[in-house]
Ligand binder design. Sequence first.
Ligand code: ADP
Length: 255
Amino acid sequence: MNNILKIEKIEKYYGNKSSLTKAIDNLSLNVNEGEFVAIMGASGSGKTTLLNCISTIDKVTSGHIYVAGEDITKLKGNKLNAFRREGLGFIFQDFNLLDTLTAYENIALALSIQNVKVSEIEKRIKKVAKELDIEGVLNKYPYQMSGGQKQRVASARAIVTNPKLILADEPTGALDSKSSKMLLEKFNYLNKELNATILMVTHDAFTASYSSRVVFVKDGKIFNELIRGNESRKDFFDKIIDVVTLLGGDLNDAL
Ligand code: ADP
């Protein structure tokens, strides 16, 4: 199978000699094309640092991260900008939509900065809007939409450029349970039907139970891993809860 993401022995330190924090400790992880992986861990375990290193917002102290075979820890200048623009799709907890643009314009922006033709933009937005069930809100501004609708618009924006990898940071964190369920079902659709590769950080066992694999991080290291296989979502959820209980700490509090 094709490795879309290959993380090789990365370390990340913060601070200086007098006060050094090891946020990521010799962590390696591979994600195959078409996988939907959830990263879980208590607060302070290194999840955000890991995501920031993959998204090139932050730099690793040592080790390598390959996306579709390219070592992104080495990218600079135009190549780095092109990677961020074309290689990745981002979905954030607080949606990050531009308030002065409609849903349609928010999605179109992702394509127009790639110089995609207007007729092609129209075609692609029509398709993605149908897939994410947001056809009815395309002409609305973010303040006119529910949280669930905003997150599906943000997901449309992330997927419309056909990125190699979608990174989602607590995507259901600001949603009620009904909207979370609908969003996660859309993630499953994007993953299964469009072969999108998704890496999602979450505190929430219910959210993680929609993925095909859960990687548990503790003290900057991989602590455990669960693969869903043919299990039902409910059975997978129960297994995730077992590991969360074992991990203890504030991950328990988040349930
Ligand atoms: P999580 O996302 O799992 O809550 P983080 O990746 O935010 O964890 O943090 C991992 C560790 O690195 C924590 O001990 C945190 O305090 C530390 N850390 C994160 N960012 C910084 C920073 N910019 N400067 C110093 N320490 C940091």
